[in-house]
Design a protein around this ligand. Structure first.
Ligand code: ATP
Ligand code: MG
Length: 433
């Protein structure tokens, strides 16, 4: 029988509300993940208590509250350093900007609150019966509670549990209406399909396609966040990426992969999307692969357009820029590759390997060599040489530019033959040059 474990901080927040007479439910993604047997990464609570009431209850119990989302009914309470979001049941008003409701209204019916949620698997809530009668000093308050799912009072008005069992992502209510209200739901839906290994139900898939133009109103930051979270999902993501092609979403996410530029490495977009699963579930490498046909400059521009971080942009650009380099086949070639690509060497090899599937073994061997070189700590940069500029000036009387040029030559020697990285040997070589 399936069980879920609720952390003690959540239990305490639920209890504080319930003992004041307010039903308190675990809701949304946290319940979805718990029912799937996965540990939720954040727990959300919903209750009819109004924000001011919640602030009063938590403050009186001695906890710090953060009223950041109060206009939308959300109070964050810090319990043992864990921020917990508690939101008053609410009804979203009209959507005129495809993203935000024009107004939100509070309600005392949980059914109204669940109706505003995006997908059936996210529109369930559960409550611990009798928690109000517990004593605040019970063991449960220090170590969390593991309960059988059957003991929970679950509110599931849209068939969320059945969809969880069948692996279906389905909008709550009319899919086109829901995806038009807030187009971000389109990308959330794709992400949940990938994260959970689910498929959209046919009407929802049709609406993903029909409502796609709403993504033009969604900020690039939000689009990028969803793309990254999708690509970082553990497990295969090709099916979800193919779903994005079927529903013609790439135009709003990564139009680069629609230009036909992919043909240099892949015969079709489908083959490119399948190749993504050859990579570890790391968004940087996966974005680089998706952008392989855009070239270094195109890839950088795409990252900038999506306002990706400088770190991610630099890595993607380095990976794409290295795709056409020959796969290093010997220790010296591998050291040279590493010296040039620095911390991006491994990632670049992964991405290139995914592009050049016919050279799989060669890339695997290169990655092994890279790991060995890193483990041994071979010299890969001028600062790793057994001589420095001072020594060259002092011992050989070199001056100015000669010093830098000589260090570069010595590095070249050492990249070729690591055993030469000894002070005496290098001075001898430098003296004879
Ligand atoms: P995750 O935390 O993994 O992103 P989640 O489903 O918990 O998944 P959150 O953004 O934490 O997503 O939101 C919590 C809940 O709020 C969701 O499960 C859903 O019920 C509701 N929700 C979030 N965003 C939307 C949205 N754009 N439209 C409708 N409901 C939403
Ligand atoms: Mg969540």
């Amino acid at each position: 029988m399936s069980k879920i474990t609720i952390p003690n901080q959540i239990i305490r927040a639920l209890w504080l509300l319930e003992k004041e007479g307010f039903p308190a439910y675990i809701v949304g993604g946290s319940l979805r993940d718990a029912l799937l047997g996965n540990q939720p990464h954040d727990w959300d609570i919903t209750t009819p208590a109004l924000p001011d009431k919640m602030l009063g209850i938590f403050t009186a119990a001695g906890y710090t509250t953060i009223p950041t989302g109060i206009a939308h009914g959300t109070v964050t309470v810090l319990i043992d350093h864990t921020p917990i979001e508690c939101t008053t049941y609410r009804i979203d008003g009209e959507y005129t900007d495809a993203r935000h409701p024009d107004e939100v209204r509070f309600t005392d019916r949980i059914a109204d609150d669940l109706a505003r949620r995006d997908f059936t698997v996210n529109a369930m809530a559960c409550r611990l019966p009798h928690i109000a009668k517990w004593s605040g000093t019970e063991p449960a308050f220090s170590c969390g509670v593991t309960v059988s799912v059957d003991e929970l009072e679950i509110v599931d008005l849209y068939g969320g549990r059945e969809d969880l069992r069948r692996g279906i992502i389905r909008c709550v209510g009319d899919p086109s209406t829901r995806l038009t209200e807030d187009a971000l739901r389109i990308l959330r839906g794709i992400r949940f399909c990938v994260q959970l290994g689910f498929a959209p139900d046919p009407a929802t898939e049709q609406a993903l396609l029909d409502c796609r133009d709403g993504l033009a109103h969604i900020s690039v930051e939000r689009i990028a966040t969803e793309l990254i979270r999708t690509l970082e999902s553990p497990g295969p993501c090709a099916d979800g990426l193919l779903l994005m092609s079927r529903t013609r979403l790439w135009k709003y996410v990564l139009p680069e992969i629609e230009n036909g530029n992919i043909s240099k490495y892949f015969k079709s977009q489908k083959m490119l999307l399948h190749a993504v699963d050859r990579l570890p579930c790391d968004a940087t490498k996966r974005i680089a692969l998706l952008l392989c046909g855009a070239g270094e400059i195109g890839a950088k521009a795409a990252c900038r357009r999506l306002k990706l971080s400088n770190r991610l942009t630099e890595a993607v650009t380095a990976y794409v820029g290295a795709i056409d380099r020959p796969c290093p086949a010997t220790e010296p070639e591998t050291r040279r590759y590493m010296a040039e690509l620095e911390e991006y060497a491994e990632g670049a090899l992964f991405v290139a390997a995914a592009c050049h599937a016919d050279e799989k073994e060669a890339y695997e061997a290169a990655l092994k060599r890279v790991a060995g070189i890193r483990a041994r700590g071979d010299c890969l940069a001028i600062c790793d040489l057994a001589v420095d500029g001072q020594t060259l000036m002092h011992e050989l009387g070199l001056r100015g530019r000669e010093v830098g040029e000589m260090l570069a030559k010595l590095l070249d020697v050492v990249l070729e033959d690591e055993t030469k990285n000894e002070k005496e040997i290098l001075l001898q070589i430098a003296g004879g040059m």
